[in-house]
Design a protein around this ligand. Structure first.
Ligand code: ATP
Ligand code: MG
Ligand code: FE
Length: 349
């Protein structure tokens, strides 16, 4: 079956087409530039941008795959978590497409999508695997068995900011452009990762081994920048960016590998926008190799939000015989991670 997936939870309108675990094509439009001058995503602007982008992006994905709507066997759509206005636009579009084409519709948890993104490049996930989700809104460690059949064991989360949020906020402090994550990654190339001794939060012997905290790091970076500013010096932005990136990558990979060790899991999957970070990727590779843990990270374009990852979950659901949604399917802007557990019920006779 050919599954068309739609993502609209934040500022990316993404459409992907997947069949039998293989990515046929995908297209993404982003309203990122429209939010830049506000320093963050403005929900109303994002929702309106999805409305404008929806049809062109669907057409582009179909064109790239050399398919038409009549070749599509199922539609999958993100129902949450995300911005409600943005999710509404994607869901309304997905319902319209599914109804018009007379094909089943599946609701997909955005974070299950981030995890499934990796399967499009590296094939089915081994059971079990340790998943580190690091994105703009989440920093979580999950023990995943079968993504669409089994409950997810949720080991830990951030107690305050997500890792991506930390990058975005520190970038502002350093005067780097929006979005901050990629800007810090670029600036860090010319910097010394040991220049500033930023803290490694929650890594003490008595701390929760699977909990994260990044708001203190943000404050530390702001204080460091302020000290330079007050003494009239120019802020060594490259060193600050490299040192911050090092601290984040160190904490993320240290905890992820501790979880692999504790649960005797041989595969670590790192997904979400921050998995695009060059230092996170490099340090994860180094530490996984040393621990003899297999590392899987999706290709850069599938780390940040896209429709291919939603189509990937849809494809798994279809092949697992999951029951499709009805047309009264609704959004769930704060969908808890445990609902990434998507039990397929047998098809009605
Ligand atoms: P969520 O998936 O939790 O709902 P989201 O969808 O907004 O949040 P993603 O699109 O997965 O998040 O990721 C966006 C985040 O990734 C942003 O915070 C961005 O700064 C960060 N990011 C993207 N590229 C990089 C990079 N190279 N280095 C560090 N951070 C990055
Ligand atoms: Mg985004
Ligand atoms: Fe995301």
């Amino acid at each position: 079956p050919v599954v068309l997936g739609i993502e609209s939870s934040c500022d990316e309108t993404g459409v992907g087409i997947v069949s039998g675990g293989r990515l046929l094509a995908h297209a993404v439009a982003s309203s990122m530039d429209e939010h830049a001058r506000f320093g963050g995503v403005v929900p109303e602007i994002a929702a309106r941008a999805h409305l404008h982008a929806f049809n062109p992006v669907v057409r582009e994905a179909l064109d790239r795959a050399g398919l038409r709507m009549r070749d599509v066997d199922a539609v999958a759509v993100t129902t949450g978590p995300g911005l409600s206005g943005a999710l509404q636009v994607g869901l309304a579009g997905a319902k319209t497409l599914a109804y018009a084409a007379g094909v089943p519709l599946y609701g997909v948890h955005h974070l299950a999508g981030h995890v499934a993104a990796d399967t499009l490049e590296h094939g089915p996930l081994p059971d079990p695997c340790m998943v580190l989700i690091v994105s703009g809104g989440h920093t979580s460690l999950l023990l995943v068995r079968d993504l669409v059949r089994d409950p997810i064991l949720h080991l830990g989360d951030t107690v305050d900011d997500a890792a991506g949020e930390c990058f975005d906020k520190v970038a502002r402090v350093l005067g780097l452009p929006y979005p901050g994550g990629p800007a810090i990654d670029r600036a860090a190339r010319a910097g010394n990762p040991c220049a500033v001794a930023f803290p490694r939060p929650l890594t003490g012997p008595r701390d929760d081994p699977y909990a994260f905290s990044f708001s203190g790091l943000k404050t530390a970076a702001a204080r460091w920048a302020e000290r330079h500013r007050q003494s009239g010096e120019e802020i060594p932005v490259a060193d600050g960016a490299a040192s911050l990136q090092e601290a984040v990558a160190d904490v993320l990979t240290r905890k992820a590998l501790a979880a692999c060790r504790a649960y005797e899991v041989r595969t670590l999957v790192v997904v979400g926008g921050v998995a695009a970070n060059s230092r996170v990727r490099a340090l994860a590779e180094e530490r996984c190799a040393a621990a003899r843990v297999e590392l899987r990270v999706p290709p850069l374009t599938l780390c940040t939000d896209n429709g291919a990852m939603i189509a990937a979950v849809g494809d798994l659901l279809v092949r697992a015989g999951a029951r499709p949604a009805q047309l009264d399917l609704s959004i769930d802007p704060s969908a808890p991670l445990d609902r990434a557990r998507l039990h397929p019920s047998p098809k009605p006779a």
